[in-house]
Design a protein around this ligand. Structure first.
Ligand code: DP6
Length: 365
């Protein structure tokens, strides 16, 4: 499959105005995407759990406009105008215009809200960009609608193209459309995997991973000092980059048997190693930076001590920030939640944390 297949042939309908709404979740990577080539092509494949509760709801209203020379849109977060979101969305529109040739024909009103607290340090780009991509795909759907119920092929094209577009907004966003595990990036052992879009993990997953829990400890809710985009770019010329990309590829191979067998010890080791490797890449780039905070390390040490004394399978992962995602099987949730409340919440900013669980992906509202 190539990019060209996402360029529509023609639109048969004309629509003056309308609106669509999608809800799309965040996701947490087990094998991390860190480093990309031109056009949002990842240097290595990644796999993530789709979340259930942390999501963005976006309503996209559109009305035909006279001139088609430029993009025209306004953005609102929780009802408040957000002009500072506009540059990122403009870049997104520029990148996807060739695949959505109607973009300059309409004025768009983007009304968005997140279920997680604003500026919680939780990346809203994955849920936000995937929700926006889905809204745009629904509009395209109306422009080509034929009154015939969409075939399975058309439905699968819809989700693939939405993921393809979301990727052009933010790489990790392409893994947010479906559940419960999504792979992005070409991997020889994963059928259908692609650098262009995320695909639902196609193999058997052991019941140990059913309803896997993710409690997100909000350690630092401040603005990150280094954006993911800058971090990805620092992998160019990074002394350990090539080894890291190879390691991610190998970890993805290993994940296949771990998921199949339900081997939680191997899962814990792989996931924590990935999280620390991600941060090791940040600490060893030039310029170098550290996104973990002292409390991130306190939490990690507490998790290790708890695991040692109880035999629990709880583990942590990190994204590009100080917050800690605490992952554990559903059957441990009572005990681990107690542990979190008794021993970890003290390290969270204002005692805040979010209980989430693996989810099934985006929904049209
Ligand atoms: C550490 O998807 O936010 O969360 O493509 O530049 O928007 P851009 O980056 P982004 O990077 C996410 C990196 C990560 C790991 C991951 O989700 O795989």
């Amino acid at each position: 499959m190539t990019e060209k297949e996402f360029i529509p042939k023609s639109y048969s309908n004309t629509i003056e105005n309308g609106s669509v709404t999608w809800s799309s979740p965040s996701n947490i990577a087990l094998v991390k995407y860190w480093g990309k080539k031109a056009h949002q092509i990842p240097e290595n494949p990644s796999i993530s759990f789709t979340l259930n509760n942390c999501k963005t709801v976006t309503k996209l209203s559109f009305s035909k406009k006279e001139s088609q020379t430029d993009f025209s849109f306004e953005v609102y977060l929780d009802g408040e105008k957000k002009d500072d979101f506009k540059p990122k969305i403009k870049t997104f529109f520029e990148r996807v215009e060739v695949y959505l040739p109607f973009l300059k024909a309409y004025h768009f009103k983007i009304e968005t809200s997140n279920t997680f607290p604003h500026s919680s340090g939780i990346a809203s780009s994955a849920s936000g960009m995937s929700a926006l991509a889905l809204c745009l795909m629904s509009i395209e759907g109306e422009l080509i609608e034929t009154n015939v119920i969409p075939s399975a092929v058309e439905e699968s094209h819809f989700i693939k193209k939405a993921s393809f577009l979301a990727r052009l907004g933010s790489g990790s966003a392409c893994r947010s459309l479906e559940g419960d595990l999504v792979v992005w990036g070409k991997h020889d052992e994963i059928k259908g995997s692609s650098d262009l879009f995320g695909v639902k993990y196609p193999y058997k997953v052991h019941p140990n991973f059913k309803n896997y829990q993710d409690t997100i400890l909000l350690v630092d809710k401040g603005e990150k000092q280094v954006s993911s985009t800058v971090g990805h770019n620092l992998m160019h010329g990074h002394p350990f980059a090539q080894e890291r990309f190879k390691q991610a590829d190998k970890n993805l191979s290993d994940v296949i048997s771990i998921l199949n067998e339900g081997d939680l010890d191997k899962f814990v080791a792989l996931v924590e190693n990935e999280a620390l490797t991600l941060h090791a890449m940040m600490m060893t780039s030039m310029p170098y930076f550290i996104l973990m905070k002292p409390n991130t390390l306190e939490i990690i040490n507490k998790i290790w001590a708890y695991r040692k004394s109880t035999g629990s399978k709880v583990c942590f992962t990190l994204d590009a920030g100080a917050n800690v995602h605490v992952l554990y099987p559903e059957y441990e949730s009572g005990k681990v939640l107690e542990f979190i409340k008794n021993e970890l919440v003290a390290y969270c900013q204002n005692g805040q944390y979010i209980c989430d669980v693996i989810g099934l992906g985006a929904n049209k509202l």
